[in-house]
Ligand binder design. Sequence first.
Ligand code: ZN
Length: 518
Amino acid sequence: MRGHSLKLHHRRFRLAIRKNVFTERVTRYWHRLPREAVKSPSLEVFKERLDVALSAMVSLSRGCSVTALFGCPNPRQLSQRRGAISYDSSDQTALYIRMLGDVRVRSRAGFETERRGSHPYIDFRIFHSNSEIEVSVSARNVRRLLSFQRYLRSSRFFRGITVPNSSNILDDDYNGQAKCMLEKVGNWNFDIFLFDRLTNGNSLVSLTFHLFNLHGLIEHFQLDTMKLRRFLVMVQEDYHSQNPYHNAVHAADVTQAMHCYLKEPKLSESLTPWDVLLSLIAAATHDLDHPGVNQPFLIKTNHYLATLYKNTSVLENHHWRSAVGLLRESGLFAHMSLENRQLMESQIGDLILATDISQQNEYLSMFRSHLDRGDLCLENANHRHFILQMALKCADICNPCRTWELSKQWSEKVTEEFFHQGDIEKKYHLGVSPLCDRQTETIANIQIGFMTYLVEPLFGEWARFSNTRLSQTMLGHLGLNKASWKGVQREQLGSGDDVDPTFEEMDSDILPQEPRLS
Ligand SMILES: [Zn+2]
């Protein structure tokens, strides 16, 4: 790296430190360092700057001890421990930056694992602790409740969320590989996990922004791209990154699947820009602020959301209301008439509420009746809206229809979330929910049941509606993946028994709604 160029980098970095804008600036600085520089001795200089940044963070943290912030007495130690970057793998870059992100989150919230006040683990602290945490968390819950869960909006500056000139957003935030991937965003084998790594954990923002552009929505609705960007960052942040499954990557995956369905001939010929806009927003926000446990769990722990929504579609209602809160806060559609904004909010609600898996039978039988009668007319706005509900339902549970490599990862993640809930239920003697007991359940059992009773019926009907290559591909993967899990199951059982007893006696109403494959 040439001397003056290195100096420039360092000057930018010092500026970032002075402005207390860490995560994003540090990330950018890092990405702009040529690989040769990373390998050269001047890297030591860079690492020193990181130490300075970490020290500065300590001085900024009001009322938090260094130990509370970093889990070690000296930030320099942390830097050394966390900053042990290996250059053998390019992935390590993202890993390191993410670690910085972790520190930031911990410093703000003061909790070890969760930044959101609504999280049931924190509610458990309310039930079981008598410390001052009790008071502060309760107060937060009230504030959050009153403000559509947006109480934690105060220190965006500290969090380093800047709003770049959005017309240059691709140049700023995408490396070459991520850009390359976006060119194939309509492919069914799109690897969202890889994309998330390439975008440094910003898959939902990057992908959705790109799709807004691709579908011409920014121009058509005269959207302020800075507001759009801000809205998407808020959406992404409101997903809990600690959830193994219900996090922003799942939302990005569902949004990508939705895009694939929107491109299907029957839809693309008839959908209006308004339909596309609602579909993408609903897909991106459909699990917003998901706590990583299901509705029965919220009900049995007397969670305030269960009370608020009268034990009905509790999570879906919360996702929707959270989305509405962010839409209003961002002012993204402030230039539209009140009537249109209200229509938008209610239609997004209809789409998100359709993802409640306990309502699957109702939607499916309606869909089936329409297909039997052949009376779906996509000129009709109501019919289009119904098809979009079905499309979002498909997108939400399409994991088993992806390639085995992708599908398997999703299966592991959702099971981890189920079992995590089961562990808490055991610990607090709440009665372990179906599919959540790691002692008796296996991934293979859960997946085979899920595919048989929920995914196959839905995608079977979808293929009747839209009999395209994509539909056949999805059904093909579904069959292959099911066969693979049956193979795993046979191995585990050590016999030819491939019947899943768990789902045999179960109808969809008593399946866990959340965490679910949604
Ligand atoms: Zn979902």
